[in-house]
Design a protein around this ligand. Structure first.
Ligand code: MN
Length: 188
């Protein structure tokens, strides 16, 4: 299990202790446990997680990608999130017009994703940024893109705190994204 880089109640009131106890403590733990069981004795047993995601399918892919996606998601959140600045702010302005326009587009992509999945900000090999919807365990690295941040819109991410109000959860989630960490992930 990756370490949660803050206390279970550190993101309250936007994400409750109970949500983190279930989302990190039970959902992510289950993906990790399932993955470890599924890869035991296979070619994937000692493979780095990213490589498993790129080479597998079915249950191994689902549990590997969900392990990676959740680790990445939780590491992007912070009780003291940095504002968007520097290179990232420049790219966002260039590719979306403004930070406000970007936030609206990301929120719309997250709210409009049918069923379970993830709304991603990703970077291509030329440094262009785009918003990508992925269902279920999907991850833009499968398309050759560099993931920069994501919003988990599986119901388990918000149902304890927000019930069916996905849009309210997305707004709260964006308030605890550490844009400094997102900027560190720029590769191009
Ligand atoms: Mn989740």
């Amino acid at each position: 299990m990756p370490e949660l880089p803050y206390a279970f109640d550190a993101l309250e009131p936007r994400m409750s202790r109970e949500t983190l106890e279930f989302h990190y403590g039970k959902h992510l733990q289950t993906y990790v446990d399932n993955l470890n069981k599924l890869i035991a004795g296979t070619q994937y047993e000692n493979m780095p997680l990213k490589e498993i995601i790129l080479k597998s399918d079915g249950g191994i892919f689902n549990n590997a990608a969900q392990t990676w996606n959740h680790t990445f998601f939780f590491q992007t959140l912070s009780p003291a999130p940095a504002a968007m600045s520097g290179r990232l702010a420049d790219r966002i302005a260039r590719d979306f017009g403004s930070e406000t326009a970007f936030r609206e587009a990301l929120s719309k992509a997250a709210a409009g994703l049918f069923g379970s999945g993830w709304a991603w900000l990703a970077e291509d090999n030329d440094g262009r940024l785009s918003i990508i919807q992925k269902q279920n365990a999907g991850n833009p690295m499968a398309d050759g893109l560099n993931p920069l941040m994501t919003v988990d819109v599986w119901e388990h991410a918000y149902y304890i705190d927000y019930r069916n109000r996905r849009a309210d959860y997305i707004g709260a989630c964006l308030e605890v994204i550490d844009w400094g960490k997102v900027e560190e992930r720029l590769m191009h």
